[in-house]
Write a protein that binds this ligand. Structure first.
Ligand code: FES
Length: 603
């Protein structure tokens, strides 16, 4: 009599092949390849360790035949109701799983730390590195041969990429996609950008607080990330041009059926990546980073891409420096007419054809031979994606702006660099000289910015200290300091602002960010005093504090050394190890690849 609990296939010796052995729709995998897979270190043994490993998975209803050496694909999910932009990712994960099954793999979904931009305090940026550690350690510690990275809200994409890069399995990203176009009373409501604009109207007395609250439910009409070319859409676009996601990843709306199809295809492709042993380091190369930097210019992408790409390069062991963002993007025009640099939203970008059309239009400005997760080159992926002539994606012969890259500034105020996004700034302010109005930290800013007695005019340069990686801590998106209310009422819409903070990708203005070293690390920014003259010269790439070295030395001596104090826990680890913005604000000990070697068993 046959023992009903005795497996008839799988890791135990059998006479014949398992139902799926070599029967994958994408072609058979030699048994030797299957034996090499990491997952087989967990599932192939006939001893008690193998028993534990299989038994635990079978408790979820997985049949024994699934342990036959097929690729095991992790679905790394940042789903969370604390990250509302990612709240639909459990739904998308089901479609990823379908694709994995169709290709002959075994999907295993797992949660990792999620990062919700709208809710987390003091800043999601402080937790990006923590989430990346979660991803890295979870991937290495488990029976995974490949991984689908489900990301959406701003920091979730770099966090997942950074963790995965340090492990270097076959990996592919699926973004959650943007929310639908928000509208109110006949006007579109751009995520984030619209909030800043409306809040300025409230402060200027031209919008009622009731109307402001009324706009809340109109801005985000569905699950999904910001509908502007903010950081989430920027990172989803860069992931696509770097070759880490299927074509179309960035722009398909979160709730469009085609996002589900993309999820299915992504799962299918993840299995093939394992069979082809196409690991992440073969895709995330120097060329991929250069493509990302150039596309970022063409789409008017977020300044946050700078710190995320620098951190990712550190993990991937790719040589990339802050100045590369300026040098590599030289001559790249702004082609995508999206808020905050332009006027349209992500749904319009999708309708215009999305990233593939921009890639095609950029032509030889990109490394078209770069390898991607499709197994083909970037150029092959986008062949024929010419769009239909939508005004959302401009021709190279008719750009919105020439030379749209992020400008990297140097000078005695930022010895290690600072950045500005000229495409989102008022052109007349890109060369400006004015007296500083200094705020020692964000509390000081909030207390005084709308004080009618604040000595400030449109030529003043607003300076914020204490908002860098260590200072806040967590380098918040406070760099677009609010225009003082009395100037708003006088019709001022932009001013030069300087800080060691970041800025939301949905924000805009003549805003100098990421000043390094930051003030909390003793950078010259800490020495600026109200009334000092500051010169901003973006064409000359210069940021200069008109105070002589002797006076700066006197101020430094008077100030003494000030180190931000932690209170233990993760924050202490972060404060002790976070690097400056020009290195990506990663934790110093996380740089580099540590690989996917299988740890010894714990049973
Ligand atoms: Fe989540 Fe903008 S707040 S993507």
């Amino acid at each position: 009599m046959t023992d009903p609990n005795r497996p008839t296939d799988g890791p135990f010796p059998t006479d014949g092949a398992s139902p799926t052995d070599g029967a994958s729709p994408t072609g058979a995998t030699p048994p030797a390849d299957r034996a090499r897979r990491r997952s087989q270190s967990w599932f192939a043994g006939a001893d008690k360790t193998g028993f534990f490993h299989r038994s635990g998975i079978k408790a979820m209803g997985v049949p024994d035949r699934m342990f036959d050496g097929r690729p095991v694909i992790g679905i790394c999910n940042t789903w969370s109701q604390l990250a509302p932009c990612n709240a639909h990712l459990r739904d998308l994960a089901q479609y990823v799983a379908r694709g994995v099954y169709e290709a002959g793999g075994l999907p295993l979904e797992f949660p990792v730390t999620s990062l919700g931009e709208t809710l987390m305090r003091p800043s999601t940026m402080m937790y990006r590195n923590l989430a990346s550690m979660d991803v890295e350690e979870t991937l290495r510690a488990n029976p995974l041969d490949g991984v689908v990275l489900l990301a959406g809200c701003d920091k979730t994409t770099p966090a997942l990429l950074m963790g995965a890069a340090s492990v270097d399995l076959p990996s592919i990203v699926l973004s959650g996609g943007p929310t639908l176009t928000g509208r109110r009373e006949g006007r579109q409501l751009p995520s984030g950008t619209g909030t800043y604009e409306m809040y300025d109207q409230v402060r200027a007395g031209t919008m009622t607080p009731e109307d402001f609250v009324g706009a809340e439910a109109c801005m985000w009409r569905s699950n999904g990330s910001c509908n502007t070319m903010g950081t989430a859409s920027t990172m989803a676009s860069l992931v696509e041009v770097m070759g880490m996601a299927l074509p179309g990843n960035a722009a398909v709306p979160a709730v469009d059926a085609r996002r589900r199809t993309l999820a299915h295809d992504t799962g299918f492709r993840a299995v093939e990546l394992v069979r082809e042993e196409l690991v992440m380091s073969r895709i995330v190369t120097r060329k991929a980073f250069e493509n990302a930097i150039r596309l970022n210019a063409a789409i008017g992408g977020s300044t946050n891409a700078v710190v995320h790409l620098l951190a990712l390069a550190g993990r991937a062991e790719v040589d990339l420096a802050l100045d590369d963002f300026d040098r590599v993007a030289a001559g790249v025009p702004l082609l995508v007419d999206l808020v905050p640099s332009g006027q349209y939203l992500m749904e319009d970008f999708f309708d215009a054809g999305g990233v593939p059309v921009v890639v095609n239009e950029l032509g030889d400005l990109l490394h078209r031979e770069a390898l991607t997760v499709t197994g083909r080159t970037l150029g092959e992926n986008t062949e024929g994606a010419t769009g239909w002539g939508s005004p959302v994606v401009r021709r190279r012969t008719d750009p919105l702006q020439e030379n749209a890259g992020i400008a990297v500034l140097h000078g005695n105020l930022a010895p290690d660099g600072a950045i500005i996004k000229p495409s989102a700034a008022t052109a007349e302010l890109l060369e400006h000289r004015g007296p500083a109005v200094v705020f020692e930290d964000i509390d000081d800013l909030r207390a005084r910015i709308d004080d009618p007695d604040l000595d400030v005019d449109a030529d003043s340069v607003l300076v914020l200290k204490g908002a860098g990686p260590k200072g806040y801590p967590g380098m918040p998106e406070m760099g677009n300091l609010p225009i003082p209310a009395k100037l708003l009422r006088a019709g001022v819409t932009d001013m030069v602002r300087i800080s060691d903070a970041r800025m939301s990708g949905t924000a805009f203005g003549a805003v100098v960010l990421h000043v390094a070293p930051e003030s909390a690390a003793g950078g010259p920014l800490s020495l600026v005093e109200t009334g000092d003259m500051i010169e901003l010269d973006v064409p000359g790439r210069r940021l200069h504090l008109e105070v002589d070295d002797g006076e700066l030395a006197r101020r430094r001596a008077a100030r003494g050394e000030q180190r931000p104090a932690g209170s233990g826990g993760y924050m202490q680890l972060y404060l002790d190890h976070v690097t400056q913005a020009d290195s990506g604000a990663d934790l110093d000990f996380l740089r580099g690849r540590r690989g996917s070697e299988v740890p010894r068993a714990g049973h």
